[in-house]
Design a protein around this ligand. Structure first.
Ligand SMILES: NC(=O)NCCC(=O)O
Ligand SMILES: [Zn+2]
Ligand SMILES: [Zn+2]
Length: 483
């Protein structure tokens, strides 16, 4: 059975043109004028774009004494509702747990995923077992490894562990990721704030100033450079971190930065709200920043020094947030955004002229597909690509409201935000998941997407590192020892 999207304007990261799209067996079979199929979908007045890829989600994640509330069923339904057709989640081994055992646990969570997914593997401890198992993880198609430089006492790794893991990534042709915040400084500032009686959600922001992030970003970049491996910095929230990435890229280093949609449009004033729940619901790491930092992130997306926009979707209910009443360090860190990333970015980015529609596609889909070495299977409108396609109505409006969202939590950090630009249709590997704005996601449709290691950037970097590697100088006539 075939489907045809008719009368739309195709927008990819590098082109805009009018054509129909024929879908069969989950793939894009043809692109061109006057195509016909068993079912036809009208895209008049709409853009036909690659489905969004969210490279940073935490679904049903054990964290800070609880589990994030959206699982693979509600999380991927929310994703599809907003035009995201693939998520990349994080597998988090406990200290001393086998990476393979953790992967099995994460695999077990995915049976009701409605869109495709992949994993990053977190390196939460270091030892021979981890070193050895990283090869098997890569063989299973998971070629990116996350390192938390924060969350001291739980997920955090030290510099020596990070260097060892980055070097292993270089050998395996894998990509290291970092949550870049100086965990020692955060822990010290948090204790000081608590001791001074500063225990509300606003203290969370005080405990994680931009310098904490800038320092860690720069450190990770230098360690990656010494290890000879590219680096992906998740949730880049401030100028200090962006500056480090920009500077490194100007020097030719292969570093990528990922702002979140929350950091682009929400600011630190949220933490000063008199309502404790309002402020705590917005506690995440790094925290929301001021307008200067937001301008820096937008500029980075425009200039190409930042490459992707993610959500870090890690949603907790108000009840869960209240674990931290009286002690902000116990408020589960995380916010939602999966359903809202594309509509909010379109509204705040394309509708204001900050981004072109092609740049929108690049930062929501194509760039990350290339960085994670799954392009053009994902992130493309090309013959042979997976039919992850959105038909985007740039005139369709809604006001974001928790009462009509797909996420299971009881609030939305974008509550009241009016978006213009929403999906009319969403196809996930050819299956209709949003039909004229109505969500028809099918739990269990989603499949794991494995990725090949040793992508072009890893190969180029290894070639260069090999060329400039330290070499012993062979000498004749070495003088006798002076002693
Ligand atoms: N970002 C956040 O606050 N929670 C999710 C875990 C992480 O990415 O640090
Ligand atoms: Zn993080
Ligand atoms: Zn995260």
């Amino acid at each position: 059975m075939s489907k045809v999207i008719k009368n739309g304007t195709i927008v990819t990261a590098d082109r805009t043109w009018k054509a129909d799209v024929l879908i069969r067996h989950g793939k894009i079979e043809a692109i061109g004028p006057d195509l016909h199929g068993d079912h036809e979908y009208d895209a008049t007045g709409c853009y036909v774009m690659p489905g969004g890829i969210d490279p940073h989600t935490h679904l049903e994640m054990p964290f800070m004494g609880t589990y994030s509330a959206d699982d693979f069923e509600s999380g991927t339904r929310a994703a599809l509702a907003g035009g995201t057709t693939m998520v990349v989640d994080f597998c988090l081994p406990s200290p001393n747990q086998s990476l393979l055992e953790a992967l099995q646990m994460w695999d077990n969570k995915t049976s009701k995923a409605a869109c495709d997914y992949s994993f990053h593997m977190a390196i939460t401890w270091w030892g021979k077992q981890v070193f050895d198992e990283m090869q098997t993880v890569v063989d299973k198609g998971i070629t990116s490894f996350k390192h938390f430089m924060a969350y001291k006492g739980s997920l955090m790794v030290n510099d020596d562990e990070m260097l060892a893991s980055f070097q292993r990534c270089a050998e395996l042709g894998a990509l290291p990721l970092v949550h870049a915040e100086n965990g020692d400084v955060v822990a010290a500032l948090s204790q000081k704030l608590l001791a001074e009686g500063n225990n509300g959600p606003e203290a969370h922001a005080y405990s994680r100033p931009p310098e904490v992030e800038g320092e860690a970003t720069n450190r990770a970049i230098m360690i990656a450079d010494m290890a000879g491996v590219p680096l992906y910095v998740v949730h880049t929230s401030c100028e200090q971190s962006h500056e480090a990435i920009r500077r490194a890229r100007q020097k030719g280093m292969r570093v990528y930065g990922e702002p979140l949609i929350q950091h682009l449009v929400l600011d630190e004033s949220e933490y000063f709200d008199k309502d404790w729940d309002h402020a705590a619901r917005r506690v995440m790491s790094p925290p929301f920043r001021n307008k200067t930092h937001q301008d820096s992130l937008w500029a980075g997306l425009q200039a190409g020094s930042l490459q992707t926009v993610a959500t870090d979707h890690c949603a907790f209910t108000t009840d869960q947030k209240r674990y931290g009443v009286g002690d902000f360090t116990k408020i589960p860190n995380g916010t939602g955004g999966l359903e809202d990333r594309l509509p909010v970015l379109w509204t705040a980015g394309v509708n204001t002229g900050r981004l072109t529609p092609n740049e929108f596609v690049a930062v929501t889909s194509t760039n990350i597909a290339k960085i994670l070495n799954m392009y053009p299977q994902k992130g493309a409108i090309l013959e042979g690509a997976d039919a992850d396609v959105i038909v985007w109505d740039p005139k369709k409006k809604k006001t974001i409201a928790a009462k009509s969202q797909q996420s299971v939590i009881d609030y939305n950090v974008f509550e009241g935000y009016e978006v213009t630009g929403l999906p009319r249709y969403v196809f996930t590997r050819g299956e209709l998941a949003v039909n004229d704005g109505k969500v028809e996601a099918k739990p269990g449709h989603g499949q794991f997407v494995g990725r090949e290691p040793k992508g072009a950037v890893n190969r180029a970097l290894s070639t260069w590192k090999e060329l400039v590697a330290p070499r012993k100088v062979e000498r004749s006539g070495i003088p006798a020892s002076g002693v």
